[in-house]
Structure formats: structure tokens, C-alpha cells
Design a binder for this molecule. Structure first.
Ligand SMILES: Nc1nc2c(ncn2[C@@H]2O[C@H](COP(=O)(O)OP(=O)(O)O)[C@@H](O)[C@H]2O)c(=O)[nH]1
Ligand SMILES: [Mg+2]
Length: 370
């Protein structure tokens, strides 16, 4: 028996390689997705590693016809050949069952495009919560999937479906000009505020003020002040809810006041309650919950739950540039039923931010799926 591993971009290419190398009698005994380091080790291409096996007699031996002709009068040899083949199939079958429980398949079996299987793989890559995965599966009608003839067809269809999954961003009633940003530590609240302030001030000519209540962390005020100086907007730091209220009042002539807050642990109820006293003092127009897309699903669900007392109205997702799987956005949208206002995709101020428009979000998520 000859066993060999093949690396290819997809099953089709792998099957071609195997067929050329081992012939049509080869059987596939294992397939697995692997990541291959790309240019300078940065870009990782997703590839498929296929292990195939063949009876060595069938690789090197003459064609079946020739064997039959030369051995036609020797029933014994031909029977032995047949028995060896059957034995080989059994060994492969047992080995495969023992390793991962799947059943080996003939190379030719892979040549039909299996839309359902491909769809399952795409959903798996998105790392969705089971209830979200089910909703997306249910959005597909049976024949819609059957009509897909390639992975790209499925991705296009999925992007269409996901666009309906998102809630469009609507402008809140302009009772206040204050936007507050809350969320766990280090998710990118201050950077996102700097990006928005720069966009509003420089590209839309709005009069912006920045206020930070993050006076706990050394350097937090300086960080915002540095951005404020570059953009040319005022930055104020306040210590108490009353001071915050006064400072907001002093800047009521501004088009927008952006309030930066300290990162709070969703596990610390006191910290969340303290932040609530600040927000209650100013009743912002919008409270944006800022979340890092790379956070574990379980933690994200806990965060959106624990922060709900702060009555956030929109979501911001950061660090989309650091992952291939943006399914966490879908999980949180499903759990909160809130619109995504922005997604950030890099550290550059002010460029690395995109508005959360449903079709654009769906495209972004699907484009990341390789
Ligand atoms: N890769 C990446 N890094 C980001 C993004 N947004 C913020 N960061 C980085 O995340 C770190 C923490 O950001 P910061 O704004 O201070 O977080 P905060 O504690 O929530 O205010 C900084 O190094 C930022 O440059 C993003 O979209 N992508
Ligand atoms: Mg900060």
C-alpha cells in the first residue's frame, strides 16, 4: 500500500494531483484544513491537506486489461489479486475509522460539488453561536443552496442573507449632542473617538469637544489630549458626575461632544454602577458599546448582558483587521438586536473606521471567509 499527503488550495486541485500521481483507484483517507505561511510569514493561505492511498500493485502494475490477458488462464493469481485489493480496502477503512471515525472515499466521489458541505464549512469558519448558525441556515431555502455551484456562489448568497440580519443605523432624535463610548479596557474606545472626532471635525467641518472621565489610568488623559491637539479640538478631563454635567453644559454650543470613559470590567458591578452615575448625569444622545471582535463569544455575551444597565444604543466593533472570522459581530447583533454604528480595522487615526451599513457589513464578514 502506498500512502501520500498532498497539499492543495481546494479538494478539486487535490483530487487532480492524486489522480495524476496515484491513479483513479486511489482512495482518500483523510482531509484537513491547514494554514500555510505566505509572504514574509504574514499572509496565511488556507489550504487542504489530503492523505490518499493506493494499492501499490495498481500504481505500478499494467492496466487491468493487460493483467487479465496475461493471467486469463490462471484463476488462482487473479483471485489472489482481488483478495489483496479487498484486504487493502479493509485496512484503509479500519485505519480511518480508528483515527477520526470517518469513512474513506474514492477520489472520484469528491468531484461533485457538495453545496451543503461547503455551506457547513463556511458557517464553521465564522464561529457562530448555535442559535445564530441555525437562524442563518433557516434563512436559506433548500433549493437556494442547491443552485450554488461553487464556494463563491454560496458566499454571495450568504452576503445577501446577512445584509437582512443587520439593523440599519438610524439617527436618534436630536435632544442631546452628547455621544458616550463605553466598553472593556483596551478595546479601542479612545482610538475610535479620535477617529470619529477627526472625521467629524476635518471632513464634515463640525465643532467638536472631547471630554474624558478616564482619570484612573496614567496617561489616559494625555492620550486623548494628544489626539485633540493634532485634530485641533478641545479636550477636558473630569473627575465627578457633577463636573461632567457642568463641562457638557459649558460646551453646549458644540455640534457634538464625545465622551471617553475608562474601561470597566463587566465582572465588576461596582465599576459599572459608578459609570452609570456619570452617564445618568448627562443623558447622552447615544451610548456606544465598544467591543473587540476578537473577544471570545462567551465573554462577549456576558459583556453585553452586564453592560445593559448602561442602556447603550449602538455597537462599535474594533480590531477587525486582526482576525479572519468576524462571526462575533453576528453573535452580538443577534443577542442585542442593536445596530452596528462602526467597525474599525486598524490603528490609523482617522482612516481605519468604516460605517456599519448592513450590506457593507455583510460583505466585510463574507470577504474575510477564505
Ligand atoms: N489592530 C487594531 N488595533 C486597534 C484598533 N483600535 C484600537 N487599536 C489599538 O488598541 C489599543 C488600545 O486602544 P485604546 O483606544 O487605548 O483602548 P481603550 O482602552 O478602549 O481606550 C491601542 O494600541 C490601539 O492602537 C483597531 O481597529 N485595530
Ligand atoms: Mg481609553
Amino acid at each position: 500500500m502506498k500512502i501520500k499527503k498532498y497539499l492543495a488550495y481546494d479538494m478539486k486541485e487535490a483530487c487532480q494531483l492524486i489522480r495524476q500521481d496515484l491513479g483513479p483507484d486511489a482512495v482518500i483517507i483523510n482531509t484537513k484544513q491547514v494554514r500555510q505561511k505566505g509572504i514574509l510569514g504574514f499572509i496565511k493561505a488556507r489550504m487542504v491537506e489530503v492523505t490518499a492511498a493506493v494499492d501499490e500493485v495498481s500504481v505500478e502494475a499494467p492496466s487491468t486489461k493487460e493483467v487479465k490477458e496475461t493471467l486469463s488462464d490462471d484463476d488462482k493469481v487473479s483471485r489472489e489479486m482481488q483478495e489483496m485489493k479487498e484486504l487493502l480496502q479493509q485496512i484503509i477503512f479500519k485505519e480511518q475509522k480508528a483515527t477520526d471515525g470517518t469513512i474513506p472515499v474514492k477520489v472520484s466521489d469528491y468531484e461533485e460539488f457538495d453545496a451543503a458541505e461547503e455551506f457547513r464549512r463556511i458557517l464553521e469558519d465564522l464561529d457562530l453561536l448555535p442559535e445564530v448558525e441555525k437562524k442563518i441556515q433557516d434563512a436559506f431555502l433548500k433549493n437556494e443552496l442547491d443552485q450554488c455551484k461553487s464556494r463563491n456562489d454560496i458566499k454571495d448568497k450568504l452576503a445577501e442573507k446577512l445584509a437582512d440580519f443587520f439593523i440599519p443605523v438610524t439617527q436618534a432624535n436630536q435632544k442631546s449632542n452628547v455621544l458616550a463610548f463605553i466598553g472593556p479596557t483596551g478595546v479601542g474606545k479612545t482610538t475610535t473617538i479620535a477617529k470619529l472626532a477627526a472625521n467629524f471635525a476635518l471632513y464634515h467641518g463640525l465643532n467638536i469637544a472631547l471630554i474624558t472621565i478616564d482619570t484612573y489610568r496614567i496617561g489616559a488623559v494625555a492620550q486623548l489630549k494628544t489626539y485633540g491637539d493634532i485634530i485641533g479640538v478641545t479636550v477636558e478631563a473630569v473627575m465627578t458626575p457633577l463636573e461632567l454635567k457642568e463641562t457638557v453644559k459649558n460646551h453646549k454650543h458644540c455640534d457634538l461632544i464625545l465622551v471617553d470613559t475608562a474601561g470597566r470590567s463587566s465582572k465588576n458591578f461596582e465599576q459599572i454602577t459608578e459609570l452609570k452615575t456619570f452617564l445618568d448625569a448627562i443623558r447622552p444622545l447615544e451610548v456606544y458599546l465598544v467591543l473587540d471582535v476578537n473577544t471570545k463569544n462567551k465573554d462577549l455575551i456576558s459583556i453585553v448582558d452586564k453592560y445593559s444597565v448602561l442602556k447603550y444604543s449602538k455597537l462599535v466593533f474594533t480590531k477587525a483587521d486582526e482576525t479572519y472570522s468576524l462571526g462575533s459581530i453576528l453573535n452580538v447583533v443577534d443577542a442585542t438586536e442593536l445596530p452596528v454604528a462602526y467597525v474599525t480595522n486598524g490603528q490609523n487615526v482617522p482612516d481605519d473606521i468604516i460605517p456599519g451599513e448592513p450590506a457593507g457589513l455583510a460583505k466585510l464578514i463574507i470577504e474575510e471567509v477564505e
